[in-house]
Design a protein around this ligand. Sequence first.
Ligand SMILES: NC(=O)c1ccc[n+]([C@@H]2O[C@H](COP(=O)([O-])OP(=O)(O)OC[C@H]3O[C@@H](n4cnc5c(N)ncnc54)[C@H](OP(=O)(O)O)[C@@H]3O)[C@@H](O)[C@H]2O)c1
Length: 245
Amino acid sequence: MNDRIDDQINDRVSRTIVILGGTGPAGTGLALRWVSAGENVIIGSRDAARAQQTAEKIRQHAGANAQVSGMENSAACAASDLLVLTVPFASQAELLKQLKPAIRAGSILIDATVPLAASVGGRASRTLGVWQGSAAQQTAELVPKGVSVAAAFQNVSADVLNSDKNESVDCDVIVCSDDPNATQIAMELAAKIAGVRAIDGGKLENARIVEQITALLIGLNIRHKGHGGIRITGLPDGAYKTKNS
Ligand SMILES: NC(=O)c1ccc[n+]([C@@H]2O[C@H](COP(=O)([O-])OP(=O)(O)OC[C@H]3O[C@@H](n4cnc5c(N)ncnc54)[C@H](OP(=O)(O)O)[C@@H]3O)[C@@H](O)[C@H]2O)c1
């Protein structure tokens, strides 16, 4: 029975992960960690050649066996039903509208977008008000019906992800979604990153709070010249999903 559950989980995680806007530091860092953990990743970009160049850089960093390729964003959406969105907030809505016809029915989209004021020329330590409540809820409004959205990875520093791939990442990832299956898959992906503990953060609307924490972290990192992340303490062991649990 337990073997069957393990097999189902392995099947889910072994799906190809498409990272839309994967040429930036956030997408590149996540891709590096996932390919280093044996996952298959497609880097998405507005420009197929840029996506391929980024994939090649990741392969050089991760090792020759890394399963990573690059495609234009819509072609990448058509290639998998597991999508991760890492674009600046200012381009999130426009890109999702453009990609809507290419996103496969039943896909899961994991959104790492933070509505930083910096994306419209303001400060990185401030966030913008989003009518829907959060960047992730805006995404949920824009994806085709039947596509599940989870919010995750907003608090993990790209600098840390892109540093030594063998060094563990000192940060928890809070996953918020209205779909338990999307939560489960996002938690499994987060736990693939050494050092990360994934925590079920409840409904998608809680992404608003998680997104705000990123602005605070950026302010702290500027003030103290560091790469701070978050750790949630005191929960029962079962609340934390890690590489080994
Ligand atoms: N950087 C971090 O430490 C970090 C940590 C957690 C979360 N985040 C969040 O993750 C997202 C990405 O962060 P990032 O630092 O990687 O951002 P970024 O470098 O500014 O952008 C990422 C990619 O988005 C694509 N993009 C830019 N403008 C676009 C447009 N108008 N339309 C379509 N695609 C566009 C670009 O890819 P192409 O030009 O190749 O299409 C770019 O390489 C942001 O929402 C950020 O708040 C960042």
